[in-house]
Design a protein. Structure first.
Length: 204
């Protein structure tokens, strides 16, 4: 009987030691996950850095704004009052350039839709200050002294200059590049401003 008790006690001690080994010596499941390259739900985890290599697919949602790449940035030059880059920009929607690729999209937008797009975007973002016809008489524009877009001075601006104002802002006008983020949409607004300028000049 004593031998049986000793044997049972030994088995119990061995089992307890085994449990201690299992719980304290084997790697935690969290540690094991460190060996897994990555899952899509683990992108923000500390042990997964999926964008360190070019081998990981970057399948972004349509319309996503890229953090890097895409359109060049001449914001520092613009902020310094230098307009060489802005004035050198070519309006890709003029002169029969054909379809213009959208920033961050795979399919081009047909330029024939730009008239309606430019009108809509202008009325949404610009008319509140510059007025529906560009005379600077919008409900907010009258209070803050927004300039008219139909003056001889404004007509003398290059398309790229107007585009840069939309993207980066100038004077009392804040930047709208973070709101109208697609370059094609900005060019559509530039085109609409030109239409307003032509209409104002024809009415004299």
């Amino acid at each position: 009987m004593r031998a049986e008790r000793c044997l049972a006690l030994g088995a119990l001690l061995l089992a307890a030691a085994g449990c201690d080994f299992y719980y304290h010596k084997l790697p935690s499941p969290d540690d094991v996950l460190h060996a897994v390259p990555w899952f899509d739900h683990m992108i923000r985890a500390r042990y997964v850095r999926p964008y360190e290599t070019a081998g990981v697919p970057r399948n972004t949602v349509p319309g996503t704004v890229p953090v890097t790449g895409g359109e060049p940035d001449w914001g520092a030059e613009w902020a310094a009052g230098k307009t060489a880059t802005a004035d050198a920009l070519r309006n890709p929607t003029r002169g029969g350039a054909g379809p213009v690729p959208r920033h961050g999209a795979e399919t081009p937008e047909i330029p024939g839709t730009l008239d309606a797009k430019g009108d809509t975007l202008y009325q949404t973002f610009c008319a509140v200050c510059h007025g529906p016809a560009g005379a600077g008489d919008g409900p907010v524009g009258r209070r803050i002294g927004a300039p008219a877009l139909t003056t001889d001075r404004a007509r003398g601006f290059s398309d790229g200059y107007i585009y840069s104002i939309i993207r980066y802002g100038r004077g009392i006008m804040p930047r709208y590049g973070d709101k109208v983020y697609d370059p094609l949409d900005r060019w559509a607004i530039v085109n609409h401003v030109r239409k307003l300028q032509a209409a104002a000049a024809g009415g004299r």
